[in-house]
Design a protein around this ligand. Structure first.
Ligand SMILES: Nc1ncnc2c1ncn2[C@@H]1O[C@H](COP(=O)(O)OP(=O)(O)OP(=O)(O)O)[C@@H](O)[C@H]1O
Length: 605
């Protein structure tokens, strides 16, 4: 089974613990199985004939065996817990490292919550299966085989009774396990749904409050919570049938063994002690079957989790650097070229997001990219930093195909300020040093100055100021400026701004653009919604439905391109309307917009 092979491949340094744990349980069980024999001998040879010496000797052996079992049990517990926690930690680490190696394309295939569940709940299920299942997994078969052997040696005639009833228990437990197994898979899926809702809502709790969607989201949660409760009830009420099935067969067997055995004792064919010892074996054998069935259920649940972990570990990163020694590590200049590039996010998608795009940006130039929502602007620039690979055609940076570069070298040379800016828990300086781990405080401050983040730095506590979880302590515009500063610290040859000044006021945005223009030799690509953000660029590309519709300077496009003229006209019209409306804005409107400011966390910088 590939799932078990996967687990074994991660046991690594805990192999010794696994082997010793199994050995200790097997020894402990074997010792335990001698107890009924000793008991039978105490009753038949000691008590029946009043031989105190036999009672004392056998009693002392029993005591020694009990103590030895205790030591073996303690040893087993230590080895098993080391194995379970060690294996769990290794699997979690491997998953985490794999996810770090994922390309954007791999990430598109998983929901974040599902990845979280695969690293937490699923690993816990595997750990529990090992810590609770390891002992019965070894003990069950040992008890079964040795118990059957000892019982048959004690009385072959009586053994016939449970050779008849045991298959019945086997069939009953098998049926229950077979019914419960798929339910465990459903249980894990329900858990995923619940985690997904919790993760999405907690992440976006400000938006939920701002849109007064609390009651609706509570209903959504109640739905997935109810689904999980229903699946759990169904699963566990099936699995719990094990116990009554076990009891039914056990009591039937006990009655039959006592009836046949009692008759044998009455006729003198069997000693009372032998019958008592035999009954102990009956219980142990029945117990072993129960253990084996419980192990199956535990394993069934764990197998579902192992498969989910295996999916992550088996995922092949869609992007990789060329083989060692073949990758280019130096990006000679900041030129960018698209040669007949087409792109779609998944092979199964019917339509291309970019179609036959060809363009050239000379090193050091500043270009703008405009286009309606969904026209493919973000997709276009993501290909430059090789966040995705072109489906057809080639993207060149510094005159070389991006696929020829070492990924880290390329991404160091191509700085992208993504549309969705992310800051991390920690200080301003810690966040900025993502761009350059060795940057001095002076270099950090200079980057802040270029990104106009110096204007508010004092207010948030300077470089040592704490940004809070996910940068919750700064406004949208401040976040954008810190993200720009962070990217500048990489000193890239190509700088890409994906709508990354949308929350910054126009005067500050113009100042940032002027500061950036003062950095020599850097190619700047600006995606923007506002024409004013790109009108000074050396060249502007207008995208329409994944194609380059037109390109040229602001003046050329204004003179010749219908889409550009349309965008220009609508933005000028809005600007004028805005000016008038701004003057007449009522106190009510201002109060309404404050909801977004306070609750939505969308404050403007
Ligand atoms: N990760 C993704 N997986 C699948 N499709 C995607 C993904 N990201 C974007 N798309 C699709 O690709 C198309 C282009 O999206 P893209 O984000 O490039 O547009 P855009 O011009 O940057 O839009 P906007 O101005 O709204 O940011 C859209 O139809 C979008 O639905």
């Amino acid at each position: 089974m590939s799932e078990i092979r996967l687990l074994l491949s991660y046991v690594g340094p805990y192999r010794r613990d696994a082997a010793l744990g199994a050995l200790f349980v097997a020894l402990e069980t074997s010792l335990e199985l001698l107890i009924p024999m000793l008991m039978a001998s105490i009753i038949d040879e000691g008590i029946a004939s009043g031989d105190v010496a036999v009672i004392m000797r056998q009693g002392a052996i029993m005591l020694a065996l009990a103590l030895l079992s205790l030591v073996l049990g303690l040893g087993y517990a230590r080895f098993a817990s080391r194995l379970a926690t060690g294996l769990g930690a290794r699997l979690r680490q491997a998953e985490y490292e794999k996810i770090q190696a994922f390309a954007f394309g791999n990430l598109d295939r998983y929901q974040t919550s599902s990845l979280v569940t695969r690293m937490t709940t699923d690993i816990t299920v595997i750990q529990n299966a090992i810590s609770s299942g390891f002992r019965p997994m070894v003990r069950g078969p040992v008890l079964l085989i040795m118990g059957l052997a000892y019982a048959s040696i004690m009385s072959a005639e009586l053994a016939v009774v449970f050779f008849c009833t045991m298959p019945l228990l086997g069939v009953l437990l098998g049926l229950i396990t077979w019914r419960a197994a798929p339910l465990y898979r459903d249980l894990q899926v329900s858990m995923d749904h619940l985690n997904n809702v919790v993760q999405e809502d907690v992440t976006a709790v400000r938006a939920v409050k701002a849109y007064v969607r609390g009651p609706h989201e509570c209903d959504v949660f109640a739905g997935v919570n109810g689904e999980l409760a229903r699946t759990s009830t169904k699963t566990f009420s099936t699995a719990v049938l094990n116990l009554p099935a076990f009891q039914l067969v056990m009591y039937t067997t006990t009655v039959l063994v006592l009836a046949v055995g009692g008759h044998m004792v009455a006729t003198g064919a069997l000693g009372v002690g032998t019958l008592t010892g035999f009954m102990s074996y009956v219980l142990q054998i029945m117990n072993s079957l129960m253990m084996i069935s419980n192990v199956f259920l535990l394993l069934t649940r764990a197998l579902t989790s192992i498969r989910r972990v295996r999916d992550v570990l088996g995922e092949v990163p869609e992007l990789a650097s060329p083989a060692d020694g073949e990758a280019l590590t130096d990006v000679p200049d900041g030129s960018v070229e698209f040669r007949d590039v087409s792109f779609k996010y998944s092979a199964a998608a019917e339509e291309d997001v970019l179609e036959h795009v060809s363009l050239r940006v000379p090193s050091g130039a500043t270009v703008g990219v405009l286009g309606s929502t969904g026209s493919g602007k973000s997709s276009l620039v993501q290909l430059i930093a090789r966040l995705y690979d072109a489906t057809d055609g080639a993207v060149l940076v510094g005159g070389h195909d991006v696929r020829a570069y070492d990924l880290a070298s390329l991404r160091d040379a191509v700085g992208v300020v993504l549309q969705k800016n992310v800051l991390f828990t920690g200080t301003v300086a810690e966040n900025l040093r993502w761009g350059d781990a060795d940057a001095t405080d002076e270099e950090l401050l200079e980057a802040c100055r270029l990104a106009c983040a110096d204007e508010f730095l004092d207010r948030i506590g300077g470089l040592a100021g704490d940004l809070g979880q996910g940068g919750a302590g700064v406004s949208g515009g401040q976040k954008q400026r810190l993200c720009i500063a962070r990217t500048l610290l990489k000193r890239p040859r190509v700088l890409i701004f994906d709508d990354s000044t949308s929350a910054v006021d126009m005067a500050t945005e113009a100042k940032i653009r002027a500061n950036l223009a003062s950095i020599p030799g850097v190619t700047t690509i600006i995606i923007a919604q506002r024409i004013t953000s790109v009108m000074d660029a050396d060249e502007i590309f207008v995208l329409d439905d994944g194609r380059v519709h037109a390109h040229g300077t602001h003046a050329e496009l204004l003179a010749n391109d219908s889409i550009y003229q349309e965008i220009y006209a609508s933005q000028m019209e809005h600007a004028e309307d805005g000016a008038h409306a701004g003057a007449a804005a009522s106190a009510d409107e201002r109060a309404a917009s404050s909801v977004d400011v306070e609750e939505g966390g969308e404050r403007r910088g």
